[in-house]
Ligand binder design. Sequence first.
Ligand SMILES: Nc1ncnc2c1ncn2[C@@H]1O[C@H](COP(=O)(O)OP(=O)(O)O)[C@@H](O)[C@H]1O
Ligand SMILES: [Mg+2]
Length: 337
Amino acid sequence: MIQVEGLTKDYGLRRAIDGISFHASKGEILGFLGPNGAGKTTTMRILTGYMPPTSGKASVAGYDVIERSLEVRRRVGYLPETVPLYPDMTVFEYLKFMADLRHLSQVEDKVDDVLELVHMEDRADGYIANLSKGMRQRVGLAQALLHQPEVLILDEPTIGLDPAQIHEVRDLIQDLGRERTILLSTHILSEAQQVCNRVLIINKGKIVAEDSPENLRSRIAGSQRFRLAVLGETEGLEKIIRDVPGIKTVAANDRSVFEFETTPGQDVRPLVSRAVVSAGYDLVELYPIGLSLEEIFLQLTRDEPRAPEMAEVDDLLNTALDEQLDQPEEDASELKG
Ligand SMILES: Nc1ncnc2c1ncn2[C@@H]1O[C@H](COP(=O)(O)OP(=O)(O)O)[C@@H](O)[C@H]1O
Ligand SMILES: [Mg+2]
């Protein structure tokens, strides 16, 4: 369990996080989504008891992070942005070393257990220097799990990994999340969408939205988008779709594919399909294409005056959006800052 209220942190004159409040419960994978500099790492360092906030309160696993930081550290597994690994140790030696630092008992059993959890039993005697980046990340996860923590705090766990490794680490996190509380930070929107049950969007030290990935989409957009395709003749079809009650916008994607957006609260598909078919067109496809978190993020942050670095992020997002229209399942959507 994680409980945060009005958390604020200043580095000198710079306010890194500004009155953040949220909670996360057992069995929940909470996503912390935002561009670089949003304040994700700062929040996580405070929650792991490594740094006090300037003001505000936070408790993890029922213990106050300032007053009971030792108790907190006993119950939290932390995967920092860069895991301090020792290349000339074997995986087993390193994990044993980390377990000894924590004064754990039955160290060798615990090391075996976490190696099994991260599927690295066969790598125990390999040197860390020889591991791929994905494997090293798994060793980082293994050390975070040694003391069987009930809360896991993972700071950009898939950063720098290749797509296959990303897939593996995400699966692993979802497994781990079943019996624990996980807070996971990412600047990759599709990652939060895929891995998390709930997402906090953080920007410039403030939480700008909090919801399930699905709800965020419909709540903020308030409408749905669909794609429709016909075989053959399309002359006059755009007008037919546009005239259906509840249709907001229609765009011809290519000659036989149309995309339309609807006003919230009603499923217009029966009306649309009836109108299209009875006008003599051969309808072959009609399916929803959800609004992406990229679009949501843009909508949420659009009102604020744009700092130059955010304009850059917007450009990247727009590119990602264009790509996503072609490949809805791709991970092209990185918010590099
Ligand atoms: N040790 C530090 N000293 C001064 N400023 C910092 C320090 N760490 C982070 N910051 C600043 O605080 C803000 C939030 O940073 P951070 O928490 O690292 O964001 P994120 O993890 O979302 O990228 C940024 O503006 C960053 O430059
Ligand atoms: Mg960070």
